[in-house]
Design a binder for this molecule. Sequence first.
Ligand code: NAD
Ligand code: 4TP
Length: 330
Amino acid sequence: MTKQTLPRLAITAGEPAGIGPDLCILQASQPRDAQLVVIADPSLLEQRGRQLKVDVKITPFEPDAPRRLSQPGEIQVMPVTLAAACTAGQLDSNNSAYVLETLTLAVNGCQSGLFDAMVTAPVHKGVINESGIPFSGHTELLAELTQTPRVVMMLATDGLRVALATTHLPLAKVPEAITEPLLEEVISILHNDLQQKFGVSSPHILVAGLNPHAGEDGHLGREEIEIIEPVLTRMRDQGMNLSGPLPADTLFNPGRLEKADAVLAMYHDQGLPVLKYKGFSEAVNVTLGLPIIRTSVDHGTALDLAGTGLANCGSLNTAIRYALSMIQSA
Ligand SMILES: NC(=O)c1ccc[n+]([C@@H]2O[C@H](COP(=O)([O-])OP(=O)(O)OC[C@H]3O[C@@H](n4cnc5c(N)ncnc54)[C@H](O)[C@@H]3O)[C@@H](O)[C@H]2O)c1
Ligand SMILES: N[C@H](C(=O)O)[C@H](O)COP(=O)(O)O
């Protein structure tokens, strides 16, 4: 794509019983400087539009036609058919393969150049597993589909970026997963993507310890001394600006964050509660290290809100904005 071409984004509508279809409908009223193509079952969008009492015009996406903006209220759809009728708020594992097909089409489209980026609405990890398909998250699936050995989950909101060393892993498995090779790869990806995709010339990264008080000099755990600190020392020698391992409970203070470009947390619930407390429903989830551009919402399927019209589009809008900005930086 040349930078003059109209950018084209794929938006996967996610779990059909969740708020993903609602968000795809609600966002269509906004003017965009890009062609947005929703990958979903068109009849689901029509049905949810009626439920929300929002007039939407569903038109088939024409991959071979020149790129074009949607008219206000129009949704261009790449169709995938649901396996079972869907009721807002009611999960049905029969539709899990449908959800994964929307993601596979988006990835294939990004790899072939049909799309410049993909933006994902939320999926429900539990129901996909209940259908018999092992699934821990988009992040891991996209790594697999693009054959990328290591990717990094990073969530961002105004004034705070939080990346994770481990993602959707049971807490009991986290300590054994924190190894020197893993940390080296994660820090390299984070450092490089901050430079290349976010324009941070010399990123300062705050690295959390794993244990309370970063191990308290080895009295509350030794991973900081034996694993994290040696990696940080080596990577500082390569010129990276890394602080840590820092106690996670005092790392997130405004004075420290002001002087940093990102935080690296060791596990999901060490970093994301802080990020979501600060920016929930306006933040973005970005997968770093992928050969394609992928952004996502910061929230889940909110089954309680599906079909009510109360779902907030803020995070989807941020995810679209980030994807467009990353296309410009590519
Ligand atoms: N990007 C993703 O695919 C993604 C992200 C997070 C969670 N999930 C999945 O979503 C499912 C439900 O997770 P959960 O219940 O922990 O989180 P959730 O985000 O679905 O809901 C948490 C609370 O936030 C509210 N909420 C969420 N999104 C909102 C929005 N856009 N506007 C207004 N209110 C909103 C919900 O009503 C609920 O009260 C799980 O299967 C989880 O794994 C998926
Ligand atoms: N960990 C993410 C969050 O809390 O927002 C969420 O589960 C989505 O992750 P994927 O993008 O890997 O599905």
